[in-house]
Write a protein that binds this ligand. Structure first.
Ligand code: COA
Length: 420
């Protein structure tokens, strides 16, 4: 039997902080920024007293900031106490799962107005300590003692994928170039530079220091240069990896019948799915993420849509291979064809299936608990025609978010629609 939400849920406003490295700020400061922007975005305004619950995605403030029990603290900083405030931890899918819990709270009739937040402040720790903290999202009994880190996991998946489908590894570099191209058009992105801009600034720096000026024939030549784009875990290079980031995002959800009270331009959540899996070490194949296909099937069924009905998607490109696999798991391209589509530009803004118009995790940044919520910010912007230089034309009607925890132990998919 098709599962439906017992009542509709709408997004009526969104906000996010800039993503990047902010040594002078705490995660709560970043959330205040996101919340203030959210307040501005709700057309007819709202009284914070209307908010009945706060679901907040955060992977590991314990490790990153030496602060547990963050949700009530953050709620207090934006003046919400004594509203029920919960932190959701599902690794990099924490934000997407927080969104799902908020959707269910409204659909159940328990709440009418719910705030969803996501935040992470990662850059206070050294890269090595961040890598150790992130590795806790893997199986620490079997995988971590074998020496795996997250770049290592996704490198293994990339190796399996490239081998199984005889894929050209240049496809991964193309994903990086495309997402930096999009991120350069997003003022909130951690990396505001196209790869061609990065090349120009490296040349300028060399000239300034009186060093030989590097020459690259084009962006692909730069991406293949081991000095410019060093190997992190074969075949993944620096520009295949999402960065270590600080950032926060916030979204206001209300029941469908209340949506017009807040704005003339709500966007509706018409599909929701979530699935899980064991550790990567337990899987038969490393070249896809089964939980993503399961979560997507639930969301498509609820929405009564197929992959071809999706005008654009924000997918979890923590590494470039993850985007290629996601485009297959979500059904945009047949198995083994995602890399060809990336090579052919089909996921670019003017392609058949635009993916990660925000710059994705790769270029926008990946403050892990915030990423799933920031994806909704891009949904709002694209569906409402507010995405500036990266706006898709014609303005899309339906979009999809795909948020993955770990190597796919958790995956959450949501489908959004505009009706005006
Ligand atoms: N993409 C592009 N450039 C990056 C980058 C990335 N992911 N990470 C860092 N850089 C740039 C920095 O801006 C800096 O540039 P500059 O020299 O021009 O100022 C340079 O590379 C060195 O930065 P640094 O912070 O010293 O890099 P690092 O070697 O410590 O970290 C990675 C690089 C790839 C190891 C780190 O970004 C990483 O661990 N990413 C994966 C995070 C992750 O696993 N998230 C969870 C996913 S499931």
């Amino acid at each position: 039997m098709t599962k439906k939400l017992s009542r509709g849920v709408a997004v009526v406003g969104v906000g996010m902080s800039k993503f990047g490295a902010f040594p002078e700020k705490h995660s709560r400061d970043l959330f205040v920024e996101a919340y203030q922007e959210l307040k501005q975005s709700v057309q007819n305004g709202f009284d914070p007293k209307e908010i009945e619950a706060f679901y907040m995605g955060n992977f590991s403030s314990d490790h990153f900031e030496n602060q547990a029990h963050l949700a009530p603290i953050v709620a207090s900083w934006v003046g919400l106490s004594p509203v029920a405030s919960m932190r959701i931890e599902d690794a990099c899918a924490s934000g997407g799962v927080a969104l799902r819990q908020a959707v269910l709270a409204i659909a159940s009739g328990q709440c009418d107005v719910v705030l969803v937040g996501g935040l992470e402040k990662m850059t206070d720790l050294s890269a090595a300590r961040v890598t150790d903290a992130l590795a806790l999202a893997a199986d620490t009994m079997f995988e971590v003692p074998a020496g795996f880190t997250f770049p290592g996991f996704y490198a293994s998946m990339a190796t399996a994928y490239l081998d199984q489908y005889h894929a050209d590894p240049d496809a991964l570099l193309k994903v990086g170039i495309k997402n930096h191209e999009n991120g350069a058009l997003n003022e909130k992105a951690q990396f505001g530079q196209r790869i061609s801009d990065v090349m120009a600034s490296k040349k300028a720096k060399a000239a300034q220091k009186g060093l030989p000026i590097p020459e690259w024939a084009d962006e692909m030549a730069f991406m293949k240069d081991p000095k410019a784009n060093p190997m992190i875990a074969w075949p993944l290079r620096l520009f295949d990896c999402s960065p270590v980031s600080d950032g926060a995002a916030a979204v206001l959800l209300v029941s469908e019948e209340l949506a017009q009270k807040y704005t003339d331009h709500p966007i509706y959540i018409i599909g929701a799915g979530q699935a899980s899996d064991g550790a990567l070490a337990e899987r038969d194949s490393l070249s896809s993420v089964p939980s993503a296909a399961h979560a997507a099937a639930q969301a498509y069924e609820m929405a009564g849509l197929t992959p071809d009905d999706i005008d654009f998607a924000e997918v979890h490109d923590c590494f470039t291979i993850a985007e290629v696999m996601a485009t297959e798991d979500l059904g945009f391209f047949p198995r083994g064809e995602g890399w060809k589509a990336a090579m052919a530009g089909e996921t670019a803004r003017d392609g058949k299936h635009p993916v990660n118009t925000s710059g994705g995790l790769k270029a926008k940044g990946h403050p892990v608990g915030a990423s799933g919520v920031a994806q909704v910010v891009e949904m709002w912007k694209q569906l409402n025609g507010l995405a500036g230089g990266r706006q898709l034309t014609p303005r899309p009607t339906v979009g999809l978010t795909h948020n993955v925890g770990g190597t796919g132990q958790t995956c959450v998919v949501h489908i959004f629609e505009r009706r005006s």
